[in-house]
Write a protein that binds this ligand. Structure first.
Ligand code: F3S
Length: 393
């Protein structure tokens, strides 16, 4: 890779050890993927924040990087393993909390804005069309490439942090036009409406087509909430970082692929039944990806003057800034008076709750995937309304 003189100085350690290490990671990646140079990026989003994922070696590495490192571009953070302020109400242990706070402190010392959210585009980290960025949360990567039209690869935690420290990323993959072209057309013949149905569609496409870049026809309307759910699911089941949705994706494609596949009502029903373990529900998770303000308002209206079954636990995960506005608008009080809990800064996948519940209901197909695979719960994908009804039953 060709490096500028400033980049060579960074690689030689003239800007400190953390920047040198970061350059080593970026150059190695660039060489593996055949990048010719590093390019400027306008923002970074870093995943791998929960102490449950990092453990002590990961935290030590981070603290070492924080000794002399500082980010050179606007950088935000993915959810942590707990609500940073109200972790006790979620049943998190003192020990875990202490270590999780060390993680967030180390990121803060590096100059990372500790937003702790998987929807950075809703809270101030919003690139515009065509901008290069280096993000690592898979749902946000998919949203950035496919809905916003920004350009990012699916970074890992260390490569995203390295990009932040250098302010650049190797130019390969989805940063290049030739790698952003659709390979197959999808005709959606089924009715797709609601976050859970968009999640089911992500599962159908991910299971069938894997990482193939799709050109999706037949979705005539989609809200931000439906798109974030779709991106989360499609990125989970297919490992996808980019799709083209007619009328939504701003990228111009060179050619619409002639190879076509269809998604029917039967396909959607199968995905829904695959995500139904016919189980008793004792845990309800809403807010994957993090609940928007509109979703919190909706949930508050549904829960007003109602009481959640005390044998069930309900978490609505969201970003701190959203919760703060929800506090101001009285939504938080309504929701928490019902017995449901708003969990800011965190998510039910990265919180240390493995095995704590038996049956999970969620309107997110991604949450069902990890709830089953990682946290060993039985799962059921339901609409948001059905989840709320289930909580009250
Ligand atoms: Fe976000 Fe966690 Fe879902 S990171 S996308 S709430 S699994």
């Amino acid at each position: 890779m060709e490096l500028t003189s400033e980049e060579q100085d960074m690689a030689a350690g003239k800007y400190g050890k953390a920047t040198q290490k970061a350059m080593e990671i970026l150059v190695t990646l660039g060489e593996i993927y055949g990048a010719k140079r590093l390019i400027d990026i306008s923002s970074v989003q870093i995943a791998g924040v929960s102490y449950a994922n990092l453990n002590e070696p990961g935290l030590k590495w981070l603290e070492e990087m924080a000794e002399d490192g500082e980010v050179r571009t606007f950088t935000t953070l993915n959810p942590a393993g707990m609500d940073l302020e109200e972790w006790k109400k979620l049943g998190i242990s003192e020990d875990f909390a202490k270590n999780q706070l060390r993680v967030v402190e180390a990121f803060g010392k590096l100059g990372v804005i500790t937003t702790c959210s998987c929807t950075p585009y809703l809270y101030g980290n919003l690139p515009h069309y065509g901008q290069s960025i280096a993000w690592s949360e898979s749902s946000a990567v998919c949203f950035a490439n496919s809905v916003i039209g920004a350009r990012t690869n699916r970074e890992g935690g260390p490569s995203a942090l390295s990009a932040a420290l250098v302010g650049k990323t190797p130019e390969y993959g989805f940063h290049l036009d030739e790698n952003r072209q659709p390979e197959i057309t999808v005709e959606v013949k089924a009715k797709v409406q609601g976050t859970y149905k968009f999640g089911a569609l992500g599962k159908v496409l991910g299971d069938r087509l894997g990482k193939k870049i799709t050109y999706i026809k037949g979705i005539h309307q989609a809200s931000v909430e439906e798109l974030k759910s779709f991106c989360a699911s499609y990125a989970t089941y297919g490992g996808v970082a980019l799709f083209h949705m007619e009328g939504i994706t701003p990228d111009k494609v060179r050619e619409i692929p002639s190879e076509t596949t269809e998604v029917t009502e039967d396909d959607m029903n199968k995905a829904m039944s695959d995500l139904d373990d016919d189980t008793e529900i004792d845990f309800i998770s809403l807010g994957c990806p993090h609940a928007s303000l509109a979703e919190l308002e909706y949930i508050a209206k549904k829960l007003k003057d109602k009481t959640v079954n005390p044998e069930k636990e309900v978490w609505i995960t969201t970003a701190r800034p959203t919760k703060q506005i929800a506090d101001r608008m009285g939504f938080t009080k309504i929701i928490e008076d019902s017995g449901a809990k708003i969990a800011a800064d965190t998510c039910c996948v990265v919180a240390p709750i493995k095995g704590r519940f038996k049956g999970l209901a969620s309107d997110s197909a991604k949450m069902c995937y990890y709830g089953s695979g990682r946290n060993k719960f039985s799962v059921k994908l339901m609409s948001m309304d059905e989840c709320i009804e289930e909580a009250l039953k």
